[in-house]
Design a protein around this ligand. Structure first.
Ligand code: ADP
Ligand code: MG
Length: 256
């Protein structure tokens, strides 16, 4: 992967997609996220990295309210996340999420996995939902697997189904939480290639990943977290070549 990978990516806009201000979260007594401030504009491709336990998953899970924050504000596409269920539903319908463990429904076929939410949440007729699902299964290059069950697919194929399933809801923002960490090495590339394709089409993406080649090729911004804080953020070039904080330097020395 090179810088050329995204040569045709649409420019990042100044329209705000996600705005997080003064946000804190506790698990019981444990202060897991500390004064998080983060503005994501439409079309940004952000890679979040940092040591295990630094709060990366918790942060992106707060963005679609899989976790609740206790203070500060999270506004997604103009809608503030509060306990208002209508707002939560609206945000969830606009934000796709892909997890480390693909979280497909094992008893449904690939096609059914992809049509379930569009049919039941968006009330899209079955035939139309299936046509859309096939379109996205083609995009992730596994249309021939549509009739199979997740257990019959490789890990890389399952993760591509998970991405296609998210895309079927036509999200405005995609969140990825270590999407390649559970994959055998030979399958990592096929998933990263799918993500690169999405980035090229202008999708707003927040990706927790330790794939630093991906970060260098795709991200316009890399965020480093440690102990519940955003310690440093920069362009990939600056982040990797000229890390500022000692914690970032230590982290990079351990993973590169
Ligand atoms: P990361 O994704 O960077 O590895 P996480 O966001 O998963 O970090 O976790 C941050 C910290 O919060 C860790 O110390 C973890 O043990 C703790 N934690 C995560 N989920 C919970 C939970 N549901 N209840 C209590 N503590 C949690
Ligand atoms: Mg995590």
């Amino acid at each position: 992967m090179t810088d050329a990978a995204l040569a045709s990516a649409p420019p990042v806009s100044d329209e705000v997609a996600v705005q997080i201000t003064g946000m804190n979260k506790w698990y019981g007594q444990f202060h897991v996220l500390r004064d998080i401030n983060l503005t994501v504009t439409r079309g940004e491709r952000i890679v979040i990295c940092g040591p295990s336990g630094s709060g990366k998953s918790t942060l992106i899970r707060c963005i679609n309210r899989l976790e609740e924050h206790q203070s500060g504000h999270i506004v997604v596409d103009g809608t503030e996340l509060t306990s208002n269920l209508r707002n939560i539903d609206k945000v969830r319908s606009e934000v796709g999420m892909v997890f480390q463990h693909f979280n497909l429904f094992p008893h449904l076929t690939v096609l059914e996995n992809c049509t379930l939410a569009p049919m039941w949440v968006r009330k899209i007729p079955k035939r139309e939902a299936e046509a859309t699902a096939m379109e996205f299964l083609e995009k992730v290059r596994i249309p021939e697997q549509a009739g199979k069950y997740p257990g019959q697919l490789s890990g890389g194929q399952q993760q591509r189904v998970a991405i296609a399933r998210s895309l079927c809801m036509r999200p405005k923002i995609m969140l990825f939480d270590e999407p390649t960490s559970a994959l055998d090495p030979e399958m990592i590339k096929e998933v990263l290639d799918t993500m690169i394709e999405l980035a090229r089409e202008g999708m707003t993406m927040l990706c927790v990943t330790h794939e630093m080649g991906f970060a260098q090729a795709v991200a316009n911004r890399v965020i480093f977290m440690d102990q519940g804080q955003i310690v440093e953020q920069n362009t990939p070039r600056e982040f990797f070549n000229n890390p500022r904080s000692d914690r970032t330097k230590l982290f990079l020395s351990q993973i590169l």
